[in-house]
Write a protein that binds this ligand. Structure first.
Ligand code: SAM
Length: 236
C-alpha cells in the first residue's frame, strides 16, 4: 500500500468520501488513506490522527515523503480530540474493532456537530456501531461487505438524518446483519454469517453437554433463536 494504491478494504472506504471533503482519518497509522484521497484530488484538507507514537511517526514520514504537509495535518492524540470544531466534514475510522470505534465516537461526540458523514470500517462487531449510530441521531445510509486475504470486512456510512430510516420490523436482526447487507446478501456476507452459524452451533453443542441449569437452558435457547433467524435470512 501507498498513496497510489490502497488495500481493497481502504479503497472501499475512500470510495465513500465525497469530492471536496475535509476529512479526519482517526487511527490513520501510515496515513495512506488521506494521502491517497489528496493524490486523487478528492479532498482539500485532512487530519491524520494517531494516538500511538510509532504509527504517528509513520504518518508524519508518509506525509513528508509526499510533500503534503500543507494539506494533511498529522496530529497525535486520542480519537476525535485531535479535531477542532468545524475543521472537517467527514470522519473515517478504519481497521479497528467496532467497540473501539464506538468508544472513540462516544468520547468525541462534542466534535461531531459540523460533521456530515462518517465512514466506519470495523474489523469486528459492526452491530455495536449500528446501535450507537441509531441512538445518536445518525442515519445509516449505506453499507458494504467485502473479502480481502481471506478476511471479511464491513464498511458503514452514516449521515445526520433519520436514524430509524433503514430499519423496519425485526430490528435486532437488522442491527446485527446490516439492513443493506442483508438485502444484497453477497458472497462475503454469506461467508461471514455461515461461519458465525457454525461457531454458534458448536456453542449450542457445548451447552447441551453441560449441566442443564436455567441459565444454561436460557443461553442455549438464545443461540438457537439466533441461528434460526440468521439461517432464515440466508435462505430467503
Ligand atoms: N486506519 C488504518 C487502516 O485501516 O489500515 C490503520 C488501522 S490500525 C490496525 C489501527 C490504528 O488505530 C493503530 O495505528 C492505532 O495506533 C490507532 N488507534 C487505536 N486507538 C486509537 C485512538 N483512540 N485514537 C487514535 N488512534 C487510535
Amino acid at each position: 500500500m501507498n498513496e497510489l494504491q490502497l488495500s481493497k478494504r481502504l479503497e472501499c472506504v475512500a470510495n465513500y468520501v465525497t469530492e471536496g471533503s475535509k476529512v479526519a482519518d482517526i487511527g490513520s497509522d501510515h496515513a495512506y488513506l488521506p494521502s491517497f484521497l489528496y493524490h486523487q484530488g478528492k479532498i482539500t484538507f485532512a487530519i491524520a490522527g494517531e494516538v500511538n507514537q510509532g504509527p504517528y511517526e509513520s504518518a508524519l514520514n508518509q506525509v513528508r515523503k509526499c510533500h503534503y504537509e500543507d494539506v494533511i495535518s498529522v496530529r497525535k492524540g486520542d480519537g476525535l480530540a485531535v479535531i477542532e470544531n468545524g475543521e472537517v466534514d467527514t470522519i473515517t475510522i478504519a481497521g479497528m474493532g467496532g467497540a473501539l470505534i464506538v468508544q472513540i465516537l462516544e468520547a468525541g461526540k462534542a466534535k461531531l456537530s459540523g460533521v456530515t458523514r462518517l465512514i466506519l470500517q470495523p474489523n469486528v462487531m459492526a452491530d455495536k456501531i449500528r446501535i450507537w449510530l441509531k441512538s445518536n441521531g445518525w442515519e445509516l445510509t449505506g453499507e458494504e461487505i467485502l473479502e480481502e486475504d481471506g478476511k471479511v470486512y464491513e464498511v458503514l456510512i452514516a449521515e445526520q438524518g433519520n436514524p430509524d430510516a433503514p430499519y423496519s420490523e425485526n430490528k435486532a436482526v437488522q442491527l446485527l446483519l446490516g439492513p443493506f447487507l442483508m438485502k444484497e446478501k453477497n458472497a462475503a456476507f454469506q461467508k461471514k454469517w455461515r461461519s458465525e452459524i457454525e461457531s454458534w452451533k458448536r456453542i449450542v453443542a457445548q451447552f447441551s453437554e453441560a449441566k442443564q441449569t436455567e441459565e444454561v437452558k436460557q443461553k442455549k435457547q438464545e443461540f438457537q433463536t439466533l441461528i434460526q433467524n440468521v439461517e432464515e435470512v440466508l435462505s430467503t
